[in-house]
Design a protein around this ligand. Structure first.
Ligand SMILES: NC(=O)c1ccc[n+]([C@@H]2O[C@H](COP(=O)([O-])OP(=O)(O)OC[C@H]3O[C@@H](n4cnc5c(N)ncnc54)[C@H](O)[C@@H]3O)[C@@H](O)[C@H]2O)c1
Length: 359
């Protein structure tokens, strides 16, 4: 494994994170403040998943503004005033189910947000590196068993997935048309990752928080789709990928701009039933009951991560077992031992950096 000097690079850098009040944004903002960056963040109301952000008191540690990413003028003013050198674009309507209920809004937020970020970046001279966060759902289903490679065909049938593949196409077009030939080059990439788990996710209908709440309240965990498979990964894994990518393309935009898969180690696709078994094991107690549903069981292909491994030297640090253990340990600290989220997240980031040979 390679050593990454993230602290040296990120110290005193001005960073903008859109979607900072969300699950990934909160972990990322905390990590960057630990590295000594000056963080600016954009969030929006309503935001169903903002508990972690406020538990970590991030509103006191970063420069936070709450407004709609679709508002070009507000976004333009914020960027021009604060002059970030690096932008991570995470703001999105990120849920497939919600995208069926609100397709227009999903396309509008995800596409217009990306367009605004790209157009404003195009007109600045201070942004040097931009990472647009999309998803493993941006690929067209195929029958390959090797996992999706970056050059595979984009697609997406539901509105969320189609909005993410649209973000990919728009980003590439902007890069090829306006940035690649610019004299003062800017590194621009997209990061494709899958379902993440980790402490601080309190959303409903998610396997880990739902199971932990049941076990903590001494109730049997009821799983409706026991054989539903996902290539789960810990939230810090793709964030590490975005951080390494933004750093490398800041220094060498030509070499590193493009699309990047930040998936799991091979053979890590795991069923919901196995995950709940692991949760029970690491929590130390609990029972589960399965109820077979007639729902279509999606076969989830993994991302092929060889490009990121080979060129960025990025690697997943934890396998699925360790990722679930790390996540359960977070909830144990908070619920059983009444520890604070901030203290627990800081310890976990330090441990993860140590295990990933990042300093
Ligand atoms: N969580 C996952 O498993 C997963 C998997 C693949 C990709 N992603 C992508 O990662 C990114 C972050 O996901 P997350 O899980 O942290 O989501 P989240 O719902 O926890 O956070 C979303 C963030 O976007 C902001 N936002 C939403 N609409 C906005 C608007 N109109 N204007 C400004 N801000 C707005 C919210 O306020 C929040 O800060 C998203 O782009 C998502 O598509 C997430």
């Amino acid at each position: 494994m390679v050593n990454f000097a993230l602290s040296k690079f990120y110290k005193n850098k001005k960073i903008l994170i859109t979607g900072v009040t969300g699950f990934k944004g909160s972990w990322m903002a905390l990590w960057l403040t630990m590295l000594g960056s000056k963080v600016y963040g954009i969030g929006f109301q309503p935001n169903k998943n903002k508990k972690l952000f406020y538990d970590l008191r991030l509103q006191k540690k970063i420069n936070l503004k709450l407004f709609d990413i679709r508002n070009y003028n507000k976004l333009n003013n914020l960027i021009k005033k604060n002059k970030p050198e690096i932008i991570f674009h995470l703001a999105a309507q990120p849920l497939i189910l919600e995208s069926y209920k609100k397709p227009y809004e999903t396309f509008d937020i995800n596409i217009k947000g990306t367009l605004n970020i790209l157009e404003i970046t195009k007109k600045t001279s201070f942004v040097r590196s931009l990472v647009i966060v999309t998803s493993d759902k941006c690929y067209e289903s195929n029958n390959s068993t090797k996992g999706f490679k970056e050059e595979d065909r984009l697609g997406g049938v539901d509105p969320y997935s189609a909005s993410k593949s649209s973000m990919e196409i728009i980003t590439r077009a902007y890069y090829k048309s306006f940035f690649e030939k610019k004299k003062n080059k800017i590194g621009i990439s997209t990061g494709r990752a899958g379902n993440v788990i980790g402490g601080g996710d309190w959303s409903q209908n998610r396997i880990i928080p739902d199971s932990i709440k049941s076990i903590f309240n001494e109730k049997t965990v009821l799983i409706r789709n026991p054989n539903f498979n996902r290539p789960w990964q810990h939230v810090l894994e793709p964030i590490k990928g975005y951080l390494i990518l933004a750093m490398k393309q800041f220094k060498k935009p030509d070499k590193y701009s493009g699309a990047w898969n930040f998936g799991t180690k091979s053979n890590s696709v795991t069923s919901v039933k196995k995950i709940v078994n692991l949760i029970i094991k690491f929590w130390g107690s609990g029972t589960m009951k399965t109820k077979n549903s007639k729902l279509y069981e999606q076969v989830n292909l993994q991302l092929n991560i060889s490009k990121a491994q080979r060129i960025l030297n990025w690697q997943p640090t934890y396998d699925i077992k360790k990722s679930v253990e790390f996540t359960v340990s977070w909830y144990k600290q908070i619920l059983k031992y009444k520890k604070k989220s901030l203290e627990t997240c800081l310890l976990q980031i330090k441990k993860y950096m140590h295990d990933s040979k990042i300093h």
